[in-house]
Write a protein that binds this ligand. Structure first.
Ligand code: NI
Length: 181
């Protein structure tokens, strides 16, 4: 297939709960490849299958630096590679971290969200083999953000109730204006 369309808030499909993948077959591998391609073109650091309209438990993340521009001098390269996880489950959570998050499905808005600082995530890789990964910092945030999508949860759903209603009202208005334009 290739590039897929990214759904944006308030598309009701983003609120659906995704179902587990039974077999990592060619269709799922194609989905993973398409999700990476779509994510890179959109310049995101993560993408979940429901964001491209597929309610299956598949996520991709790549929090590593892209090219020279992203790396500040003297800063160590994050030992991070593109990661695809099928049926991801957070098995261990430690500590708390606040991060300014954004989402390809919520364009034009970022806000601080608190999540576990360090996690161990388990699932299947692109070959259908069991995998386990320890993550902290941006990678941990990113994986938890993507797993939220599989539950139909957006980062704006994690803001305070008051803030959430204000932000969602604004985003809905903006989306309506874009349709009219
Ligand atoms: Ni997102």
């Amino acid at each position: 297939m290739g590039l897929r369309e990214i759904l944006t808030f308030p598309d009701p499909r983003l609120a659906l709960k995704s179902t587990p993948v039974e077999t990592v077959d060619d269709e799922i591998k194609q989905l993973i490849d398409d999700m990476f391609e779509t994510m890179y073109v959109a310049e995101g650091v993560g993408l979940a299958a429901p964001q491209v309209g597929v309610t299956k438990r598949v996520i991709v993340v790549d929090c590593g630096p892209r090219g020279d521009d992203d790396q500040e001098e003297g800063e160590p390269l994050q030992p991070v590679e593109p990661i695809a996880i099928v049926n991801p489950v957070v098995a261990v959570k430690e500590g708390k971290i606040s991060w300014e998050e954004g989402c390809l499905s919520v364009p034009g808005y970022t806000d601080e969200v608190e999540r576990a600082a360090k996690i161990t995530v388990e699932g299947l890789d692109r070959d259908g083999q069991p995998m386990s990964l320890e993550a902290d910092g941006l990678l941990a945030v990113c994986i938890q953000h993507e797993i939220d999508h599989l539950e139909g949860v957006l980062f704006v759903d994690r803001l305070s109730r008051l803030k959430q209603s204000l932000v969602k009202k604004k985003l809905k208005k903006k989306a309506k204006e874009e349709v009219r334009a």
